[in-house]
Design a protein around this ligand. Sequence first.
Ligand code: SF4
Length: 301
Amino acid sequence: MSEDLVEQIAKLRRELNAIILAHNYQRPEVQDVADYTGDSLELSRKAATTDADVIVFCGVHFMAETAKILSPEKTVLLPDEEAGCPMADMITADQLEQEKTKYPGVQVVCYVNSSAAVKAGSDICCTSANAVQVVQAIDRDRPILFVPDQYLGHYAMRRADREMQLWPGYCPTHMKIGIKDVFRKRERYPEAKVLVHPECRPDVIDAADEALSTGGIIRYARSYQGSTLIIGTETGILHRLNKENPAVEYVPITKRGLCPNMKRITLEKVLWSMTAMRPKIEIPEEIRRRALKAVQRMLRL
Ligand code: SF4
C-alpha cells in the first residue's frame, strides 16, 4: 500500500514539476518520499532557489508560508492546513505593533516560527541555526525585541552578548524536555555527548554539551567519534540520523519530545494534496513584500 502511494506521489511529482520538501521532524515515510529534508533555514534556501512549479511543503504552516514569501509565483501546498505551530500563534501582528511602541528605535528580530504578518512587522528574520549571527549583526546602539520564542531569544542574547526584550512565547514540545531528563541520560550513558535544540529551556541548554539546530545536530553526528549521542529535540530527527550515520547510537533524551503538528502530514495527505492541488498557501501581496524584506535580510547574512 505504502509502495503504491510512493509510486503515485513520484508520478504526480513528475507531472506537476513538483518538489517535496520535508522538515527533519516529519514522519519517517514522509522524509523518505521528499526530495530534500532539512531544518527551516535549509528548506527556505531550497524553496528560494528551486525551479519547480509546485512546492509540496511537509512541515507546519509558517514554513510553507516562508516558501511562498520567497517564491510567490510558485504553487505552495501544505498537505494538512491544520498543521500549525503553537509557538508561532503566540504573537499576532497587532500585539507586535503594540510592543514595538514601548521601545523607540527598536529592531525586531523574529524567529522564522512566526506568521507572515509578524514577519512583515519585523526587521530581520532568524532561524535556530543563525539566531546568534543575526543578533550580532544588529547595530549595538539599537534596542532589540526578539519574538516569539523567549528561549531561543535568551540563548541568542547570551551567545551574542546583547541585551534584548524577549516575547514570552515557547515551544510546547521542547518545554517537555526537562533538566532531569539530561541528568538521567548522563547517568545511563556517561560517555555520550548531549545535544539539545536552542528552543529548550536555559537550564537544559546549560546542562547539555551543545545547543544546535536540527541541521547542526545532523552535521555534528557526521563527524562524531563516539558511539552514543543523546538527542534533545523532536524525535522525528532520529530517523534521518539513523539513516545517514547508523554507526552511532542515538538516544532520545525523552520520548515526550513529539510535535503533534509535525506528525499531521502523512503520505496519504501528500498524495491527496498533490491530486487536489490544495490547500494552497496564499499571502496578501502587501504583507508578503514586507515579510520578504525580513527573510531576505537574513538570507543575505
Ligand atoms: S516543534 Fe515546537 S516550534 Fe516546531 S512546529 Fe512543533 S510546536 Fe512549533
